[in-house]
Design a protein around this ligand. Structure first.
Ligand code: UDP
Ligand code: MG
Length: 159
């Protein structure tokens, strides 16, 4: 499975993006999906899920020793999240730009965090920080048969 996924490069690069519980509560799902669609990325997976603490601890494994770790797990399990996989050229780096900085106070207007939130502990969205993280996160949150392979009719107008 890992060998297969590592073939996703170029226009087939994928990122894992999640609207966090505050983003869902604040009705930001449509706005966020709209931004990725309009940018030209292709949606290959999407679902609304209540994440278990076990899954979230795995997702944020790298941060396990941070002082905010337990409050982060509580925040992320406080309600449903909308998890998505977006595909396209340089989608990992571009999605991070579209999200803004980790701290909303450092995020420029025009970014999701720069437009819709003010506090780091309620920053409404997640996006993978590297292609390797994206592969790990996609396989953690999605089964292979939940990801759709489809040809976008606008492909030749975007590339
Ligand atoms: N976070 C926090 N306090 C901090 C740093 C991070 O509550 O001082 C939370 C915040 O929700 C952030 C998440 O932990 O989005 C993951 O942190 P990371 O450094 O990976 O930031 P991201 O990749 O989400 O920008
Ligand atoms: Mg991160």
């Amino acid at each position: 499975a890992h060998f297969f996924q590592s073939g996703w490069t170029g226009v087939n690069e994928r990122s894992f993006v999640a609207v966090k519980p505050d983003g869902v509560q604040r009705r930001l799902v449509g706005e966020i999906v709209r931004r990725f669609e309009k940018r030209g990325f292709k949606l290959v997976g999407l679902k609304l899920v209540q994440a278990s603490e076990e899954l979230l601890r795995e997702h944020y494994w790298d941060l396990r020793n941070k002082p905010f770790f337990s409050s982060l797990i509580r925040y992320m399990s406080s309600g449903p999240v909308v998890v998505m996989v977006w595909q396209g050229l340089d989608v990992v780096k571009t999605a991070r730009k579209m999200l803004g900085e980790t701290n909303p106070a450092d995020s420029l207007p025009g970014t999701v965090r720069g437009d819709f939130c003010v506090e780091v502990g309620r920053n409404v969205i997640h996006g993978s920080d590297s292609v390797a993280s994206a592969q790990k996160e996609i396989s953690l949150w999605f089964r292979q048969n939940e990801l759709q392979l489809w040809e976008s009719s606008s492909r030749n107008w975007i590339y």
